[in-house]
Design a protein around this ligand. Structure first.
Ligand code: IMP
Ligand code: MG
Length: 185
């Protein structure tokens, strides 16, 4: 069987590579402005696996000394677009006690994932806790979970690309888009 072409499965592109690049650069400036004036060390906590592309682009625009501690959560196991209960696949890989923590994720949807990660981090008593997400679906975002930096607000659509997956596929698509409906349940 031939390797399937990625772009052929995408119905609509919401954000093109160049537009994402520009927004990530702006976000990095907003974030740098906050941490430049804080005393003490910064640790980024990217949530695997969706945040990897955003993280890689963001941190290279952040001229701030930082450590990185990974955490892996799964809320959409397998071929589904409906959020389940977030499961911790990998505990925090570094010590964040007394550190300024910036959680980084691809998307803020029902907020279950970030709520779980916030609870995990608070147990370790960080100096501060903030969160940056590339995308947010405001229609679903719950009032009890705060995020501090948002790239783009989007409609309640299931999107892929730039780290976001469907059934662990499409993370390497350089744009963010919506799949052809026949490919999703
Ligand atoms: P939440 O827990 O409902 O906020 O969902 C957050 C997690 O679900 C994110 O870290 C994503 O990995 C995944 N997710 C939510 N919405 C989408 C989507 O539209 N496309 C791909 N993944 C999504
Ligand atoms: Mg994720």
């Amino acid at each position: 069987m031939h390797m399937a072409r990625l772009e052929a499965d995408v119905e609509t592109i919401l954000f093109r590579r160049e537009q994402i690049e520009r927004r990530v650069r702006e976000l990095a400036r907003e974030i740098a402005a906050v941490y430049e004036v804080e005393e003490g060390g910064l640790t980024l906590v990217p949530i695997l696996s969706g945040s990897i592309i955003f993280l890689a682009d963001l941190i290279r625009e952040l001229p701030v000394k930082m450590k990185i501690a990974l955490v892996q959560i799964s809320a959409y196991p397998g071929a589904t677009t409906r959020a389940g209960k977030p499961r911790t696949i990998m505990q925090l890989s570094g010590d964040v006690r007394g550190r300024h923590v910036l959680v980084v994720d691809d998307i803020f949807d029902t907020g279950g994932t970030i709520r779980a990660v916030h609870a995990m981090i608070r147990e370790h008593q960080p100096a501060s806790l903030r969160t940056a997400v590339l995308l947010r679906k405001p229609a679903k975002a719950p009032p009890d979970v705060q995020v501090d930096f948002v790239g783009f607000d989007i409609e309640d659509l299931f999107v892929v690309g730039y780290g976001l997956d469907f059934d662990d596929l499409y993370r390497n698509l350089p744009h963010i888009g919506v799949l052809r409906p026949e490919l999703m349940p």
